[in-house]
Design a protein around this ligand. Sequence first.
Ligand SMILES: Cc1cc2nc3c(=O)[nH]c(=O)nc-3n(C[C@H](O)[C@H](O)[C@H](O)COP(=O)(O)OP(=O)(O)OC[C@H]3O[C@@H](n4cnc5c(N)ncnc54)[C@H](O)[C@@H]3O)c2cc1C
Length: 581
Amino acid sequence: MNKVAFVTVASLLSQRKVQLQSAGDSRQIYYKLKSREEHIGDALKNEYDVIIVGGGATGAGVSLACANRGLKSIVLEAQDFASGASSKSTKLVHGGVRYMQQVFQLQEKNRMEKWDLVAEALRERSNFLTMCSYLTQDFPTLIPCKNLFDLGYYYFGSLIYHCVYLYYQTGGHTFKPPRIVGKDEIQQHFKFAKCNYGVIYYDGQFNDARMVQEVLATSSLKGQNMVNYVEIKKLIKNEQNKIIGVEAYDQIAQKQFQIKGKCVVNATGGWADNLRLMDDPTVSKRIVSVAGSHLTMPQKYGSRHWGYLIPKTNDGRVLYMVPWLGNMIMGTTERKLDNAIHDPTVSHEEYMWLLKSFCDEFDVDASEVARDVKSKWSGVRPLVYSSNALTTKEVSRTHEIEVSKSGLISVMGGKWTIFRLMGEQTVDKVQQLIGNNQQRIENLPKLVGDWTQFDHRKEIQVMMTMFDLPQSYAAYFLTTYGDRAYDVLKLIYEKPENKESLHPQFPHTVGEILYQIRYEQARKPEDILFRRTRLGFLDQNAIFTVYEKVFQIMAKELKWSDKFQKQFLKENFEYIRKLEF
Ligand SMILES: Cc1cc2nc3c(=O)[nH]c(=O)nc-3n(C[C@H](O)[C@H](O)[C@H](O)COP(=O)(O)OP(=O)(O)OC[C@H]3O[C@@H](n4cnc5c(N)ncnc54)[C@H](O)[C@@H]3O)c2cc1C
């Protein structure tokens, strides 16, 4: 990043704009997003059609659907956006091959439900990748096979999965059919693999917490509001017991305030019962909180491009190994919790089970593997009891939308892959409730950083030349921000000190952090370390190196007083220390 003179950046970007226009490309180069303070300012004076409680995948999906139907909405998130399950997923955009398998199992009672679940998710899988090509990719997954029976079984299973996708196909993204692979090809990708053959099938993959940012940025540019660190404390009702607003607490300004709205959507994931009980203390609980843990391993244990699925571990569960941002993540476990918690710790049993399952499958040295673990993390799946479940054990993986007598719309369960559909279906209910009949937009909305025929390779070349960036850096900015990368780079090149690197092994600089504070509402170091960048998930040691630097950038930008800084460090140090292992 040396040759570009700071003064010339604006003119370079203007030249790029002219270049695009003369090529008939009408996309923007600058996207002026609102600051957190501007969103709060709007919230205090607006009256909304929809107040969305919860800023994870589900809340973001509802916000996008509101934007596309001309409804005015605000997302209120008690912690940071995507700080719940939505930053801790396996990062798969998938139909769920294991549910496909269950459709054909003799003992399976809910065959049709499982079929619908797969069909719906496969349809949305294509939509997901079409909406946001820069943050997603399709990726081959290997199912290792021990014998020819397994090979036939998994090949035909994957073929049916592919046929279901072809039958229900929507969106512009196409996936390749499954194929059989032999030892040589497997060894090229997984040098420690023991299997001789296997089946490759295709699914999608993405960067979950960044996806929330991209969806919210898209909604924001379409006039919607969103604020993090605002918790809903109370639902406000009129004399007819209908909800007309919420009482909220802004943790940053430490102020309570009211927001008026025609209806409230409860998109609080694992916390959905809290709001349902706030609305009506007599309702029965619907959410089952199940924690799932992952480990991050260096890439040498996996492949740069292929995923690996162990279809049956020693206790019958499936285990994924997924290449992600230059590393490999492995998960997940299932551990029932009494209540949803924000950052559940990875239990010793889960940690050992993950390591053991990995070491059983690959030809590796167990103690070396244990030393090489780079990060561990856990999130809570918000599963919903099926309304027709006979016992509490029959927990469905589908989603459900419930409308209470007072008008609280709770959207529960589901998965990341279908966030768009859940948003659309929730807004159908909103419209019935508030008497609005704006039709759904049939064309898929592209997210802010995307555009038709996004040519990644060409764009990376342009960025490398314009900013004298190494290829890996240009690729990082483009696959993280899409077209917004130019806004981020503009800020990085605005002042010499903005180019200062945070960590020698990562592409993050002071300017990028400033962008995340100003336009993505980062308000605590962990917002930057875990969700705006994904450092904490990739390398827990790296966050100890950069925490102080990030803290100082935030303190300066947000004008934190000395007293506030001391208090903040006292309150938050414990949080970071907990992650040390
Ligand atoms: C381990 C694991 C792996 C997964 N893997 C995949 C996968 O590979 N692919 C896939 O498609 N899906 C996957 N999922 C599922 C997916 O991650 C979730 O379905 C999805 O993220 C849920 O999003 P959500 O917005 O409903 O919940 P959350 O992301 O948990 O968001 C709910 C938000 O509500 C906020 N909130 C709660 N109470 C209040 C209040 N009173 N006021 C304001 N805000 C409040 C919380 O702070 C939270 O941020 C996985 C889930 C887990 C846990």
